[in-house]
Design a protein around this ligand. Sequence first.
Ligand code: ATP
Ligand code: MG
Length: 413
Amino acid sequence: MPAKDEYIAAIDIGTTKVVTIIGRMNKKNLLEIKGYGISDCRGIKKGIVIDIGEATKSILNSVEAAEKNTKMFIDSAYIGVTGKHISVVNNWSEITVNSPNKIIRKSDLDRLLANANKLNLTSQHEILHTLIKQFVVDDEKGITDPVGLATEKLAVELLVIYGSSTLIKNTVNSIRSANVQIEDIILEALASGEAVLTPEEKESGVIMLDIGGGTTDVAVYKDKKMIFTYCLPVGGDLISNDISIGLNIPFAKAEEIKRKFANVDYNFYESLNRVNMSDIKIDRNKATLNIRLYSIVNSRVKELLKLIKEKIESYGFMYSVPCGVVLTGGVSQMKGITNMAASVFNLPVRIGVPNEVDGPSEVAANPIHATGVGLLKYASQLQDYALDRTEDKKSNGSLLSRFREFIYKILKN
Ligand SMILES: Nc1ncnc2c1ncn2[C@@H]1O[C@H](COP(=O)(O)OP(=O)(O)OP(=O)(O)O)[C@@H](O)[C@H]1O
Ligand SMILES: [Mg+2]
């Protein structure tokens, strides 16, 4: 865990953009964003590296932009990962406390957690996080800190999050090729949840949906803990793609129209009549185009929300989330999505932007930066017992890294 006031960097490698953010947790426990760099992302699809060279270039561009913006040199960073290869499993571990007076010591916890980490995963998988759901001391459940309690038997219930070793390795290699050392790898859903949810929501029960360009990261929280996560390999790109096909226009134009004019609620089109599609070369009247655009975005967004709801329902979490749904990520900006999500989930819905963050508002108050800001927040609060992975850290500096250091010195002077 980084020291208070120490600057750290995070890199969010999204489907549409790579963002590098530098910040620090100050002594008042407020995250201060010093600066950031953003670049278009190529070589990543649905959270997965599909072209290491392109991904590395995008990462390098965003890192260098952040260095220029902050006049700081980035040596290492916390990295986000996601993708449909991520899975979760509940795990349980139990030990006999063998101190003479049966008082639980920190060393007992270490033994318990080391035991729990021996989950039988194949070599194709690797653990990203082992999160503590609760300790159980002599059948007493819901214990958060058992050190100092007296017992014969100490048990822990854990949520183990793991993913494909090769796919994680590809992300690691892209970062290393950009000559950035890896401090830790953090699940993007955990990061976004950390950024946008309030402590009350996490305690009472809430669903967080970070809907990005290529993925939807789902996290369910209850009793202050993340109890479930899932990545659906679908996001806003699919909507733009359908608009592009449906209106016979290039993807970039479809993307622009979607952001400016699309609304999942048809009443909005009719009353405001804002859609200006003069750029569209095909001969269709405005009313027809309105209906087409509306029906594409309405059906796509509804389909996406229903898919997520079915998944959460299948795990039985729909009835343990009184605080409803918090939407974040770029697609949370889609006009009308809050009402649609409220009717699909039959729960209260709000848009989540990073909270308790000081810094430029285009980052600190923007849902597209939930993951990047959350990586910094999560990293700043890593628990002693988190058992997060420690390998894959610290690659050696190379010529390129020295070159970047040189540039940094120039910037500084
Ligand atoms: N105002 C808007 N209305 C509708 N969609 C929007 C709006 N602004 C952004 N989006 C969509 O949000 C998506 C990008 O979101 P975000 O930046 O969170 O994704 P990402 O982090 O790059 O990708 P991912 O997290 O899926 O890997 C794009 O599909 C974009 O079209
Ligand atoms: Mg994202």
